[in-house]
Ligand binder design. Sequence first.
Ligand code: ZN
Length: 327
Amino acid sequence: MQVVAATVFVFALFQALTHGEEFGYDGNIGPEYWGERYRECAGKHQSPININVLRVKQVTLPDLVLVGFDDSIDDVHVTNNGHTVLIEVQNEPHPRVRGGPLDGDYIFSQMHFHWGDNDTFGSEDKINHRSFPMELHMVFFKEEYQSAAEAVKHSDGLTVLAFFYELDRHQHPAYDDITSALVNVTEPHTSVVMSHPFSFLNILPYDLKRYFTYKGSLTTPPCSEVVIWLDFEQPIRLTHGQIEAFREIRSAHGKITHNFRPIQPIGDRVVFYNIDNNYYIYNEIDEREETTTGKPSKRKKGRSSANRLVPTIVYTMTFTILLLFSL
Ligand SMILES: [Zn+2]
């Protein structure tokens, strides 16, 4: 009898460890208790945070380079891991990201979602204390660490591209494939292959130039402080029904009605806000000019800064003349 009990216990423990069900969002396995079991969850540079737009430091970072985001990927797995819905790709090479605040290339690992009981909250980070009904996290690990498991041991190991959702009256067609896959993974630890090819760019907002960036942590145990966060300003728009489909997903304890961690103290951290320097030249030059090396030439930027200089000189002269007259 004791042997059976011990076996059952060991099996339950194994289940918990392998499936990561040793944390939840309510009761004595809820976020307030994570720090007791996972020391890093009580750290000083945790995520999520509230981003106070009046306190951000405005910067113009190098262009973010998204590689493979418009590829049509056909072996996409949608999994209910008991905490969230995971989207993973099998095809190589995986999409990757570089540039912006990142030093080096980061390879796609997985993406997943956080949501709330209703449409008034559910996002993890907040902007000026505003919550959004859902948030997408696209997780990438630094190429030099070769795997996500190794990357979490390094302070610059991961980057997460985070996107907020807001409500729209119109269905977002690219999300129909995701929500129809959800119906087949309502039970924990189930997985399906998506019925149609999938492209990252199709599920993202139009503006990928404006984002907030700061250093933080995983928002689930073990809460490792290894994440360079990029929170994009423009939300993705879904209908109530499309968001509601996520609330049907179940864990071992019933429906996952919410799976967001409350905001954590910002401490001594600075949040940067990236503004695109080239905003005003979008429609100026369309053709890509090639140099003899085959790389895009730098003339584009040179011309644009010359163009910006002209109005600056005009304004300065006008201001000087007005000043002289007022004396
Ligand atoms: Zn997440």
